[in-house]
Design a protein around this ligand. Structure first.
Ligand code: CAA
Length: 285
């Protein structure tokens, strides 16, 4: 594979999930968080996830050691200087991403590919923050990254064929099925999924059905693995709100506006599983 050393920026659920799949694919992984504490907790999370796989007999102990040996947690962005690919997985905030890509452009080698795991933001706008827009694309993993089988490779107008080919090769080496999509809000999955999730919150808020009945209905009625309210909790209500706001901004359609109840939960700090409460309470689980 062309890509041997991968940098991951961002210490959330997606960053650690992608670190796991990339290290299992044989890549050297440099995980960058702003604080050593979050970098260390990502490695601890990775150890736990690999430990479960060893317990289930799906991973050899020696392989776990080898995978962990390929992952290094750092706090300095300059440690990503010799990566072939840097995948950004920070907060869904365009100014923050533009600043990061500008910095990475100055740090990384001329041939390095800079990719974003954004769910909805413009890859073209992010590419324009660098002097290498041909080497910028989207590589969009889904949550939980070790489990979900698809990756969207997003081509901005400026992305070169070589960049897209290398991104595809990387995602395939991670064991994923790759779909190609143009750079537009929500790409394929989120453009279809989040209007549905948003409508589920409005349905709950209307009093038409209870939380549990909405989730049960969609699991049993559509064979979905999770109901919409459980899934929002998994993705994170703040992330979900940012995605819905971006889709709404792109369409300008008032019916795409974020559900008021979703915004209210985020304002209360109820962000789903990661904060211990969202539509469901996880504090006792
Ligand atoms: N990391 C690693 N493995 C995990 C995991 C995690 N976070 N969560 C679950 N798994 C594994 C389990 O170990 C288990 O593996 P085995 O069957 O091999 O033992 C398997 O996944 C199933 O897990 P569980 O039995 O614990 O639970 P489940 O059957 O209820 O499945 C689920 C859990 C995989 C999350 C399933 O409910 C599911 O697929 N849900 C839908 C997820 C989804 O739609 N994701 C997309 C979100 S949208 C998004 O990501 C876009 C964006 O940009 C924000």
């Amino acid at each position: 594979m062309t890509i041997k050393r991968v940098g991951i920026v961002g210490s959330g659920i997606m960053g650690s999930g992608v670190a796991e799949v990339a290290a299992k694919a044989g890549c050297e992984v440099v995980l960058r968080s702003r604080a050593q504490e979050s970098a260390d907790s990502m490695v601890a999370g990775l150890e736990k996830s690999l430990g479960k796989q060893v317990d289930k007999g799906r991973l050899e102990d020696a392989e776990r050691t080898a995978v962990l040996g390929r992952v290094r947690a750092v706090t300095e962005l300059s440690e990503l200087a010799d990566c072939d690919l840097v995948l950004e997985s920070i907060v869904e905030d365009l100014p923050a991403k533009l600043a990061l890509f500008g910095e990475l452009d100055g740090i990384c080698g001329d041939d390095a590919i800079l990719a974003t795991n954004t769910s909805t933001l413009s890859v073209a706008a992010i590419a324009a923050a660098t002097k290498r827009p041909d080497k910028v694309c989207g590589i969009h993993f889904f949550n939980p990254a070790p489990v979900m089988s698809v990756v969207e490779v997003v081509r901005a107008e400026s992305s070169s064929d070589a960049t897209i080919a290398a991104a595809r090769e990387f995602a395939e080496a991670c064991g994923k099925d790759v779909v190609d999509v143009r750079d537009q809000a929500g790409f394929i999955v989120n453009a279809l999924l989040f209007p549905y999730l948003n409508n589920a919150v409005n349905l709950l808020d209307s009093g038409a059905a209870t939380r549990d009945d909405i989730d049960t209905a969609m699991k049993g009625g559509c064979n979905f693995p999770m109901g919409p309210l459980e899934l929002l909790d998994l993705v994170g209500l703040d992330t979900s709100l940012a995605i819905i706001e971006a889709l709404h901004a792109a369409s300008g359609d008032p019916s795409d506006a974020p559900a008021p109840k979703l915004a209210a939960l985020v304002a209360e700090g109820k962000l789903g599983r990661k904060s211990g409460e969202g539509f469901y309470d996880y504090s006792k689980k």
